[in-house]
Ligand binder design. Structure first.
Ligand code: HEC
Ligand code: HEC
Length: 207
């Protein structure tokens, strides 16, 4: 791992430590009630079948809470989701809904085009030495399963909708989405060609 990135990751750990909100752990039963507001787009139990609305099943609670906050304060923006985020009024509501989704079985995808997915897997694991792209596996874990619940800053992306993954990577690349810590996903996506984005999304969506 190069020195700059190691510093970045160290910084992220410290950032995470100080920015962790001090609230009681979420209550998944309360969260289940709140999630009724989310079903139309994110599906039952967060298993969305709308390719534009991300799956939330098995996503880390702390990542979900961070995204909801980011939508509320404009660090991340989406025509539909910004309004929805406003419906969760307290930190406890966000923690509860996060705990509910985290408790659902991990998101899973359909079959994929093998040749394209194999190209994507290579990028996912090895990055691209020519452009200096760093392998995704280092932060998002094997198959995009995330690292662990005790390190929830790197979201689960394996089994996510392909269309959603492509949109996020393009949004990071064009700086339409800038809410990742130290803008690290922007730096990564800018090193990717559109072909690489599509291949890696194909691979991830099937996991
Ligand atoms: C009207 C449709 C709609 C409803 C209802 C809705 N969402 Fe969303 N949500 C979206 C869309 C679309 C996105 C993706 C935005 C983008 O492309 O960046 C999203 C994104 C998210 C994300 C970010 C996930 C990620 O992987 O980064 C979270 C968390 C989330 N929604 C939680 C909720 C919760 C909790 C509720 C219920 C209180 C809810 N949403 C209700 C449409 C909706
Ligand atoms: C140095 C660590 C790091 C590396 C390497 C990395 N990511 Fe990320 N990624 C992150 C972080 C941190 C976030 C969360 C951003 C936030 O908090 O909004 C993220 C978010 C994402 C998201 C948005 C997920 C969602 O649900 O909206 C996608 C998609 C993604 N990364 C794909 C990739 C791909 C593909 C690669 C490899 C080409 C990669 N990442 C490499 C750290 C990394």
């Amino acid at each position: 791992m190069n020195k700059k990135l190691r510093l970045l990751l160290m910084g992220l750990t410290v950032w995470g430590y100080f920015s962790m909100p001090v609230v009681a752990a979420g209550d998944p039963d309360m969260g289940e009630g709140l999630a009724e507001m989310c079903v139309d787009c994110h599906g039952v139990g967060g298993d969305s079948d709308d390719p534009t609305a991300p799956k939330l099943a098995g996503q880390y609670a702390a990542y979900i809470v961070k995204q909801i906050r980011d939508f509320q304060n404009g660090k991340r923006s989406d025509d539909m989701m910004t309004d929805m985020a406003m419906m969760l009024e307290t930190s406890q509501d966000m923690e509860d809904v996060g705990a509910y989704y985290q408790n659902q079985g991990k998101m899973k995808g359909p079959g994929v085009k093998l040749e394209l997915a194999n190209k994507g897997m290579d990028i996912y694991i090895n990055g691209n030495p020519k452009s200096g792209l760093y392998g995704c596996v280092n932060c998002h874990g094997q198959k995009g399963n995330g690292l662990s619940r005790s390190n929830p800053f790197f979201p689960v992306i394996g089994g996510q909708h392909k269309d959603y993954l492509v949109k996020q990577l393009r949004d990071f690349k064009s700086a339409t989405r800038t809410n990742s810590p130290a803008k690290m996903m922007g730096a990564i996506a800018r090193k990717m060609s559109d072909k690489e984005i599509i291949a890696v999304a194909e691979y991830l969506s099937g996991n």
